[in-house]
Design a protein around this ligand. Structure first.
Ligand code: SAH
Length: 453
């Protein structure tokens, strides 16, 4: 979601006449887009901003830390020029212009509740990679006790389905092969143009998937992130069964395998409910892969609770796990709970979890050796490399030896030769879909776009 916000900022500033440069030194404007989901992300802002303050540039802090801290950030870092929350990105060009004209530092952190705007990234030929993001909703109405997102991104607001369809169509026309639908709880989606909540409080996400599949037939792959387990309904499962365009991979954050902890987290499902829904989805789509997010060391988590999490990870065989140590966040309900799991115990649980998940990933990747997969090529494996990298329909990362026509945006049939730690090595057999001319190779961005006139 933050990567996509950065793409939107880039698009807005390009529209105002700016260009991307490679380094902050010499740039007229620098934008730091921020995350506050864990404390570490916030610390990164502080050290990066400290480094940049020496430069003669307009310095903008955007995103969730900006929203969370607002004016306080201007007080703590008087060298900042502009602070903008996730709903105010559209104001960046004009606020930058004011700062350049000598205006006072400004913080703008207002949620657009009455008329929510949904900015897009670039959708013209020559500006999209093989895979592109499309926002379907923003904000979050869940109240998971550990999570700052409802306070930094506001309540749920949904984008009209016609707008979503139009953006997907534009991206596919521009050469995108894959679209990733984005939302904090993406599968709670409702179409606001249909007029208010449906009587039975039903999500309209499966219908949205169906419409995209029918109305944009040239789309090669459709993914979404992140779904909330409580909205993994039979209708969504049916969509997975029926729609060949849907990737055979779902990232389904579980957070914990202990009912006690799930309850304290206010996740609104039990371990058994999660397991039932996940297993039902696995049965509906043969070969589907599941990945998840887990927090270790949540307040009150005992060793026994943690063992239950390990048990669930093994039972469901997640092929990838993003695991985090609990990090107390401002404004969240769990601040009232004692952060009582000692740091070294959190660390040892994280290590134990990694050991289990690495083994599962390895077993899964080794199981792919000898099979034939479809790889959507995203770009060179490394800048300047002749080998290319892409993803399979089940979201495994696959590196391919050079093959005529296997450029960004091509879909290649390939035989898996070897399993590495986090990726597959494969031999391209034939190009199934030519690369559309205009697709750009995706650069892996470690830093955010730097913009200069
Ligand atoms: N909307 C998604 C979560 C988005 S945040 C969902 O409902 O699952 C991405 C991940 O960061 C979460 O899944 C969680 O595992 C982790 N996370 C969020 N808050 C955290 C905190 N306070 N400490 C540690 N990890 C956290």
């Amino acid at each position: 979601m933050n990567v996509h916000d950065s793409q939107r900022i880039e698009h807005l500033l390009r529209g105002a006449g700016y260009q991307l440069v490679d380094a902050p030194e010499g740039a007229e404007v620098v934008v730091l887009n921020t995350c506050s989901v864990r404390e570490k992300a916030e610390q990164k802002l502080r050290s990066e901003a400290g480094r940049l303050k020496k430069l003669d540039t307009v310095l903008v802090v955007a995103g969730c830390v900006a929203q969370q801290e607002g004016e306080r950030l201007l007080k703590a870092m008087p060298y900042l020029d502009v602070v903008v929350g996730p709903d105010n990105l559209g104001d960046i060009p004009s606020l930058v212009r004011e700062a350049q004209l000598g205006g006072r530092p400004t913080a703008r952190t207002v949620f657009d509740l009455d008329a929510p705007s949904f900015l897009t990234g670039a959708t013209s030929p020559g500006s999209t990679g093989a895979s592109a993001y499309v926002t379907v909703m923003k904000g979050c109405d869940e109240r998971c006790t550990f999570c700052v997102v409802p306070y930094t991104r506001g309540p749920e607001r949904y984008r009209p389905a016609d707008q979503i369809l139009a953006e997907v169509r534009a991206l596919v026309d521009a050469g995108a092969r894959e679209v990733v639908l984005l939302g904090q709880t993406v599968n709670s989606y409702r179409d606001p143009s249909l007029g208010g909540p449906t009587p039975d409080d039903r999500s309209e996400f499966p219908e949205l998937l169906g419409r995209i599949a029918r109305e944009v037939p040239h789309l090669n792959r459709l993914r979404y992130t992140s779904p909330h387990p409580r909205h993994l309904t039979p209708a969504l499962e049916e969509a997975h069964r029926a729609l060949g365009v849907l990737a055979r991979h779902v990232h389904l954050p579980v957070q914990s395998g202990s009912d006690r902890v799930l309850k304290r987290m206010l996740r609104r499902y039990t371990r058994a409910e999660y397991e039932r829904r996940a297993r039902s989805l696995l049965a509906a789509v043969p070969g589907l892969t599941l990945t998840t997010d887990i927090i270790v060391g949540f307040p009150g988590e005992t060793r026994g609770d943690f063992e239950e999490t390990l048990g669930l990870v093994e039972a469901l065989g997640f092929v990838g796990v993003f695991a985090f140590k609990y990090s107390p966040r401002p404004l969240t309900p769990s601040l009232k709970l004692d952060d009582d799991v000692p740091e070294d115990e959190k660390q040892s649980r994280l290590q134990a979890l990694f050991a289990v998940t690495e083994a599962l990933t390895q077993r899964h990747l080794e199981g792919c050796v000898g099979t034939v997969v479809e790889v959507l090529v995203e770009g060179p494996s490394r800048p300047g490399a002749r080998t290319v990298v892409g993803r399979t329909r089940r979201n495994e990362i696959a590196h391919l030896a050079p093959l005529e026509g296997a450029r960004a945006g091509a879909v290649v049939e390939a035989e898996v030769l070897r399993a590495h730690k986090h990726s597959l090595e494969a031999r391209g057999l034939r190009v199934l879909l030519e690369a559309p001319g205009a697709v750009v190779a995706t650069r892996r961005r470690v830093a955010l776009p730097v913009v200069a006139v």
